[in-house]
Design a protein. Structure first.
Length: 463
């Protein structure tokens, strides 16, 4: 037995394990089951992050439904409410990298990150409820609430990637989906049971709900040891359950554990970052302007509201579906497919508006919601596929930080384009940006693998 100084689990040395090395030099730690480490099945590391993600989804996907009431209650302009959400997006995405760095340095455990995040989420909603000064609301909801939600989001996504290195697509997509459709009850609450007479009570209760749910889930969070690999699957031959072998053939493990600097030097991480900047920008544009566009075209308020509900549900369900699909098709091609669908949906929205067709508008809202969410779990799964699990919190934090820029040009610059070119021009530009992002995604290639490489590693004696 070899002690592992990098282990995230201080009791790991008391359990038998061995390390094997594949032909490219990647080390796998095998022998310990999930129950040995956790005391229960690793499936809990799917369901608990999923529940926590549903809890924080109200921040982004339901906020738009509350804007009118908040404006009347606090005396804010539409621009004020827009910038509160934009600042939230900025800090929610921006905390991913520093939080990942702190986790991998051993300064911040996954459990502690969740605890801190739950408290900050509560502060965010209390600020939205009780602070009429827009700058204080931006500080409370946008900065503190954004940091809190970002801590929870990043921790949940990275947890799944670490515990399911052999079949992460479906699990990552499932967990990520909760971040969208978890907002559905709150969309209805904000549309039908939220007014200037009860907004204090509603927002305070939502903040308490988020804190309790996230805090409760966090109690069971625990990272696996570095280099951990499921005991029932041979990492050298991929022998084991057939479904796992098929997924690994399509999505082979990273050739080594890349540090952030090494991942950047491969050139693949910067390409991912550029692609997510463009794709997330289009997604945020759709979320920000779909209801306004529907009203501008002359569709009724029910169609406008329904299109947003459809987008939220399909946005979340689509993440789970493409996660499963990526285990069958391969992560890269699934990502390209999703981005192309998102781009085509933007042109479809223009067509529906020109034809004044409500059913066609809802159909393309469906496609936009699917494409506008499904790329997130693809990047979340592709990052450890390319760069390994040991530094995934930091590496994915770098990739996800692209949403920082997306939040600005998807909303802020999007509104400027709408003002200058109209909705049709803005949607056409968004569709074109998606197609460029898809072309960039086609350039992605797993570091250490050439196109002529076999998709499975060759056995090598343990090292």
């Amino acid at each position: 037995m070899t002690a592992d100084p990098l282990s995230a689990d201080p009791t790991a040395a008391n359990r038998p394990y061995r390390e094997v090395t594949d032909a490219r030099g990647r080390v796998y730690r095998i022998g310990e089951t999930d129950r040995d480490i956790l005391g229960h099945s690793r499936k809990f590391m799917v369901y608990l992050p999923w529940i926590a993600m549903m809890a924080i989804s109200v921040f982004e996907y339901a906020y738009g439904s509350a804007e009118d009431t908040l404006s009347h209650a606090h005396g804010w302009t539409q621009s004020n409410t827009f910038w509160i959400l934009s600042v939230w997006v900025f800090f929610q995405a921006g905390i991913a990298f520093p939080a990942g760095w702190l986790r991998e340095k051993g300064i911040l455990t996954a459990r502690r990150a969740m605890y801190i995040g739950s408290g900050m989420c509560l502060v965010g909603f209390l600020a939205l409820s009780h602070l009429s000064n827009v700058w204080l609301a931006i500080l409370g909801f946008g900065v503190i609430g954004g940091l809190g939600a970002g801590l929870v989001y990043a921790t949940c996504i990275n947890m799944v990637g670490k515990w399911f290195p052999e079949r992460r697509g479906a699990r990552t997509g499932f967990v990520n989906g909760g971040f969208a459709y978890g907002s559905l009850p709150f969309i209805f609450i904000f549309n039908y049971a939220f007014d200037t007479g009860n907004y204090h009570r509603v927002l305070d209760l939502i903040g308490c709900y988020i804190m309790i749910v996230v805090f409760g889930c966090a109690f069971f969070f625990k990272d696996p040891p570095k280099n951990w690999w499921p005991a029932d699957i041979d990492p050298l031959t991929f022998s084991g359950a057939q479904k796992n072998a098929e997924s690994l053939a399509k999505n082979p493990p990273a050739t080594k554990q890349y540090t952030p600097k090494e991942a950047i030097r491969t050139g693949m991480l910067p390409l991912m970052w550029i692609s997510i900047v463009m794709t997330a920008g289009v997604s945020i544009f759709g979320i920000s302007f779909q209801v306004d566009y529907a009203k501008d075209v002359g569709f009724g308020p029910l169609v406008a509201a329904s299109s947003m509900g459809v987008m939220a549900v399909i946005n979340g369900v689509g993440r789970a579906v493409v996660g499963w699909l990526s285990d069958k098709w391969g992560r890269k091609m699934t990502l390209v497919f999703v981005i192309v669908v998102l781009g085509l949906a933007q042109f479809g929205v223009i067509l529906a508006g020109e034809m004044k067709s409500e059913w066609l508008f809802l159909f393309f809202a469906f496609l936009s919601g699917f494409g506008g969410g499904a790329f997130y779990p693809m990047f979340a799964a592709l990052t450890p596929d390319y760069f390994g699990e040991n530094y995934n919190a930091t590496n994915y934090g770098l990739v996800y930080s692209g949403k920082l820029v997306s939040g600005l040009f998807g909303g802020g610059l999007g509104s400027m384009v709408v003002a200058a070119w109209g909705y049709n021009g803005a949607y056409a530009l968004a569709g074109g940006v998606s197609m460029v992002a898809a072309a960039i995604a086609l350039l992605l290639q797993q570091p250490g693998h050439s196109s002529s490489d076999a998709l499975t590693p060759q056995p090598q004696p343990a090292g």
